[in-house]
Write a protein that binds this ligand. Structure first.
Ligand code: ADP
Length: 414
């Protein structure tokens, strides 16, 4: 069943009001019609309660229909407004529609059909307008929300940028401090090492065994300290991007054997077996030999440090013509898989406690990782806690060099 429509008819002519009412009833609408004869009463009525549609005469005693339409819209009353114009008033129709009328109908054409059509149209148009207005309103609101969010994001972005600048500056100061400090400490340390070596040199001086032992300890500790300082200095250079690659021809077995021999005394002290396996189709590569040595020293030092019994082995192979692979394996304490990523971060150690058993700065692997990257290679770890660790370094057979010919001679023939 159709809902009852509340209709307001504004006309000072009683007969005209009756015509509208009868025509609508005849058209079959269920209606509640309220009639007023002037604008003042109409405004009061419209403010009091809602209507589904308003029919208003263009010519009213207190003011014309155009003014009433403007007034109703100004107050913000939302209702379909149909203006009934007299013969000859049609030219005003454009102004009426601009002012906010929903439709108009010439009085002489009023019939139940025409009124029903205009009423249905007006309500449909009005409904569509309301929906559009609502959608617009929502759009405006979400737009405002977006603008607000955007402003917040912009503020956050600026804060992050400021924070970033501060962090970069702090990091620069830290690297600078590390570099200066380690550099400054190296000079007196070199004097300590040099003089203790001088004192230990066999000569006229006769030292008591106890004195000799003390000087040897000064020398050992001084050398250890120097290694730590060099590590810090290297790290600050890596961070500042001041480490350069100096590629040269490398005879892999020579570099690997020489480096392993350097570390042998450390392995011997712990009675660890230290083995080298070379399985290369071509022994030469083109990369930075000093950096390769440094990578090997770091990995071997760790392998020996974190292994109490068993063995440490280094194997070198070339799984493909373009790739050289170096594997350092130990039977030590191992590393839990959840620590694999962290150990390559600077100052990270699996055991961060003060009571930890193994000394170190936590910089070795961070430097190693940077060096391997600089050499255009990659490093990977595999380990089982309690069983041992394996570090795999893969390097290109040759890196580009200013001396392209030397590198090209090592590349596979096509
Ligand atoms: P450092 O050796 O000075 O502590 P590194 O950066 O060389 O620092 O290594 C970071 C951490 O990774 C070590 O503290 C240790 O916990 C772990 N680690 C590295 N190599 C090994 C290894 N071969 N066996 C077991 N743990 C290792």
């Amino acid at each position: 069943m159709e809902a009852t429509l509340r209709i307001l008819v504004i006309d000072d002519d009683e007969v005209d009001r009756m015509t509208v009412r009868r025509s609508l009833v005849k058209a079959g609408f269920r209606l509640q019609v309220v009639e007023v004869e002037n604008c003042t009463k109409a405004i009061i009525m419209l403010q009091e309660s809602p209507f589904d549609c308003v029919f208003l005469d263009y010519r009213l005693p207190d003011q014309d229909g155009l003014l009433l339409v403007q007034q109703v819209r100004q107050i913000g009353i939302r209702v379909p407004l149909v203006v009934l114009t007299g013969q000859g008033d049609e030219e005003i129709a454009v102004d009426l529609m601009k002012a906010g009328a929903t439709d108009y109908l010439v009085k002489s054409r009023i019939s139940s059909d025409s009124l029903a059509r205009v009423l249905r149209n007006a309500m449909r148009v009005y409904q569509a307008e309301m929906e559009a207005a609502l959608a617009n309103q929502r759009l405006r609101e979400s737009n405002e929300l977006l603008i607000h969010k955007n402003q917040e994001l912009e503020i956050q972005r600026q804060q992050i940028q400021i924070q970033n600048i501060k962090l970069v500056e702090a990091s620069r100061l830290k690297s600078q401090f590390l570099a200066t400090m380690s550099h400054e400490l190296r000079t007196p340390l070199n004097a300590i090492i040099g003089f203790s070596q001088l004192l230990l040199r066999p000569g006229k001086r006769t030292l008591l065994p106890q004195q000799k032992d003390m000087i040897q300890r000064i020398l050992n500790n001084g050398q250890q300290l120097l290694e730590l300082l060099n590590e810090i200095l290297d790290f600050s250079k890596v961070e500042a991007g001041r480490l350069d690659l100096h590629p040269d021809t490398i005879v892999l077995p020579d570099v690997v054997n020489a480096t392993v021999d350097e570390m042998r005394s450390l392995a011997d002290e712990k009675q660890l077996e230290l083995a080298v396996q070379i399985n290369l189709r071509r022994p030469r590569a083109f990369n930075d030999p000093n950096r390769l040595r440094q990578v090997l020293v770091n990995l071997l030092a760790n392998a020996i440090k974190f292994t109490d019994s068993g063995s440490v082995s280094v194997s070198v192979s070339d799984p493909s013509d373009n790739v050289v692979q170096i594997v350092v394996q130990d039977t030590g304490i191992g590393i839990a898989p959840e620590d694999f990523d962290h150990i390559f971060e600077a100052f990270r150690q699996v055991d961060q406690s003060r009571s930890r058993k193994h000394s170190g700065t936590g910089l070795g692997l961070a430097i190693t990782d940077s060096l391997v990257r600089m050499m255009q290679g990659s490093i990977q770890v595999d380990s089982t806690p309690g069983q041992g660790s394996t570090f795999i370094v893969r390097l290109p057979r040759a890196v580009p060099s200013p001396d392209e010919e030397a590198a090209a001679s090592l590349l596979p023939l096509r």
